[in-house]
Design a protein around this ligand. Structure first.
Ligand SMILES: Nc1nc2c(ncn2[C@@H]2O[C@H](COP(=O)(O)OP(=O)(O)OP(=O)(O)O)[C@@H](O)[C@H]2O)c(=O)[nH]1
Ligand SMILES: [Mg+2]
Ligand SMILES: [Zn+2]
Length: 309
């Protein structure tokens, strides 16, 4: 019994290592853009944790774009753009974006297999905004990416404010940024309460918020709420899962796998998670009513893997 267990762990580890290699080779290429101080770094941290935002492993790509190559724990190529300035025409950034696009087209053209060519392309843009919107610049950039069919997701950050205010801004953003694939509200680093300042248990706006350096909670005042008068913790971030879902849905299947993978920071720690993985794996296989799929295919079952680890 112990032997069989050890064998299963070791076989899973081997398969996971192979899957990781392939994920790293085919990691999605994600470009982060946005004005200064809108929360680009906070969004990256909320999504990919501390495994990427480390400046020391970035490679200057152009003068205003840094490339963060994939790591074992975060198999994603991140291209981080210098925040643009409202007072400038941002010609330098536009020039660098053209250069990056060309570089990626050339890299793609140099490969022979479809799989490799696809892996070299830029796969998505995350355009982070807070409540100011650079519409002209956005539309210029959207045009730039149009030919390459790169989806642009506008991430409306700092949605830890009143619902009416956020909804108005979401509408204005969708109306004016016509080239956006989707506009997604998030709270990358909650400072003023939960998303939309709504109770997470009942959606009521009647909440009292207490956020300072030491405490971060709120109390729902709605007498029908199950959590009424209870302290509820303000989470570090909101809306990140939705952002992943929306982005994954638009990625080529090949790279979508590694994108989801980035969420599973602990995945490589197989020894630690072996038991949960084996239990999860067996139950998925049983539910599918088939012989167990190879581990790499298992990553396709994205909903399940998140629940599992
Ligand atoms: N209220 C609130 N503040 C946020 C949120 N996300 C980020 N911030 C704050 O916004 C400020 C800027 O965040 P950064 O992540 O450094 O923004 P950035 O776009 O990387 O900034 P630059 O790199 O300087 O251009 C910080 O003080 C953050 O704490 C959020 O969801 N809500
Ligand atoms: Mg930053
Ligand atoms: Zn409530």
């Amino acid at each position: 019994m112990a032997d069989a267990y050890a064998q299963a762990v070791s076989s899973l580890r081997e398969q996971a290592e192979r899957a990781t290699d392939s994920l790293m080779k085919n990691g999605p290429r994600l470009l982060i853009m946005g004005g200064s101080g809108v929360g680009k770094s906070s969004v990256v941290n909320a999504c990919f944790g501390r495994h990427v935002a480390n400046v020391s492993h970035s490679i200057p790509c152009t003068s205003s774009i840094s490339h963060f190559p994939p790591t074992e724990r975060c198999p994603i190529h991140l291209y981080d753009t210098k925040g643009f300035e409202t007072q400038s025409n941002n010609e330098d950034i536009l020039r660098d974006l053209r250069q990056l696009l060309q570089e990626r087209r050339d890299a793609s053209a140099s490969k022979s297999s479809l799989e490799e060519r696809m892996a070299e392309r830029l796969h998505a843009v995350w355009w982070v905004v807070d409540f100011r919107l650079e519409v002209v610049l956005f539309n210029t950039v959207a045009k730039l990416f149009e030919d390459d069919e790169v989806p642009i997701f506008v991430i409306l950050n700092k949605c830890d404010r009143a619902k009416a205010e956020v909804e108005e801004c979401l509408k204005a953003t969708s109306d004016r940024c016509t080239g956006a694939t989707a506009v997604i509200p998030v709270v990358a680093a909650a400072k003023h309460g939960p998303m939309l300042k709504l109770c997470e248990a009942c959606d009521s706006e009647e909440i009292l918020i207490m956020c300072n350096a030491r405490k971060s909670f709120y109390v729902c005042q709605n007498s029908d709420c199950q959590q009424c008068d209870q302290q509820q913790k303000v989470k570090p971030a909101y809306g990140i899962e939705k952002l992943f879902e929306e982005t994954t849905a638009r990625l080529p299947v090949l790279v979508a796998k590694s994108f989801r993978q980035a969420e599973l920071e602990c995945f490589h720690d197989l020894q630690h998670n072996a038991h949960a993985i084996i239990v999860g794996f067996a139950s998925v296989a049983a539910a599918a009513g088939a012989t167990p799929a190879p581990f790499s295919d298992f990553f396709l079952l994205t909903g399940i893997q998140v629940a599992m680890v």
